[in-house]
Design a protein around this ligand. Structure first.
Ligand code: SF4
Length: 282
């Protein structure tokens, strides 16, 4: 694990890597004063690649996953930004009565030596949230994004799912995230497994359950229980070169998902899931 982190650190993307892929016209359409400012903010996790419509997409495509992994590992990100967010959330979480919220979150409550603790599943790990920090049963370290997401889950509370599955485009105020979901998750997964859907049952084993969805005419569908009250469905349609159809993937969410997680956290969760499925394909 340490070696992987070291390797990622050595090969990390820098603002100059990204700057070279911009047209360097400083047109400000991305909301930043210069192309260099844009590149810097994206690398430190304070801006989105899709804000610049002029990036060389061919060149950027292979960097997206690298940047996601870099951010998830906390590499290159603006530490003060994360630290500030985590400090604020820790302050908030101390006001929470864990015993009271445990049931609605689908968590177990206990009071070991470390103080009140909520214990629940997150992907294929079991996390323990205390008033001081968050750890896993396996001892695997969580990145700052994961901790922010988990604190948000506890603080925001979780709604009982409506049982109606919808695409991101039907969620309120999701316009800016639809493109990111497609570019970061749906398209890479469609391309990675095109013509190889038979590998999916093995790839999702342990993190998701294949489901039958006849009315959608999908070739493969899986439900991933990410958190106790948060599931994500991923649908696959395989390519059909004879008919000229490219492979397609669609993420679905419960209609009430935003009562459980904010959009930013939801997109991060989809990216985490995508990373796991892309890694499984390798
Ligand atoms: S939109 Fe692109 S080209 Fe324009 S300033 Fe931003 S990074 Fe530079």
């Amino acid at each position: 694990m340490k070696d992987e982190h070291r390797e990622m650190l050595d090969k990390r993307l820098t603002p100059m890597h990204l700057y070279r892929l911009t047209p360097r016209t400083n047109c400000r359409e991305c909301g930043f004063e210069t192309c260099l400012a844009f590149a810097t903010q994206v690398i430190v996790g304070q801006g989105d690649l899709d804000l610049c419509p002029y990036l060389d997409q061919e060149a950027v495509r292979p960097l997206r996953e690298q940047l996601r992994q870099q951010h998830a590992a906390g590499i290159g990100v603006k530490k003060e930004g994360f630290e500030k967010a985590l400090h604020f959330l820790r302050g908030e979480i101390r006001k929470w009565d864990f015993r009271e919220v445990a049931r609605s979150l689908g968590a177990d409550y206990s009071e070991p030596e470390g103080g009140p603790t909520l214990r629940f599943a997150y992907f294929n790990a079991v996390v323990n949230v205390t008033h001081e920090d968050i750890g896993t049963d396996s001892g695997e370290a969580l990145g700052p994004y994961d901790k922010i997401l988990l604190y948000n889950y506890v603080i925001g509370g979780a709604a009982d799912p409506a049982g109606i599955w919808v695409g991101m485009e039907t969620l309120p105020n999701s316009v800016s995230k639809i493109k990111s979901l497609r570019g970061h998750c749906e398209d890479p997964l469609a391309q990675k497994y095109a013509g190889r859907l038979s590998r999916l049952p093995e790839a999702v084993a342990g993190i998701g359950t294949p489901i039958e969805l006849r009315e959608e005419r999908v070739d493969f569908a899986v439900e991933f229980p990410i958190l106790p009250r948060l599931g994500i469905r991923v649908l696959w349609w395989d390519e059909d070169p004879a008919e000229g159809f490219a492979a397609r993937v669609k993420f679905l969410f419960d209609q009430k998902v935003l009562e459980t997680l904010d959009l930013e956290s939801l997109l991060f969760t989809c990216e985490q899931l995508t990373d796991r499925l892309l890694a499984a394909a390798r």
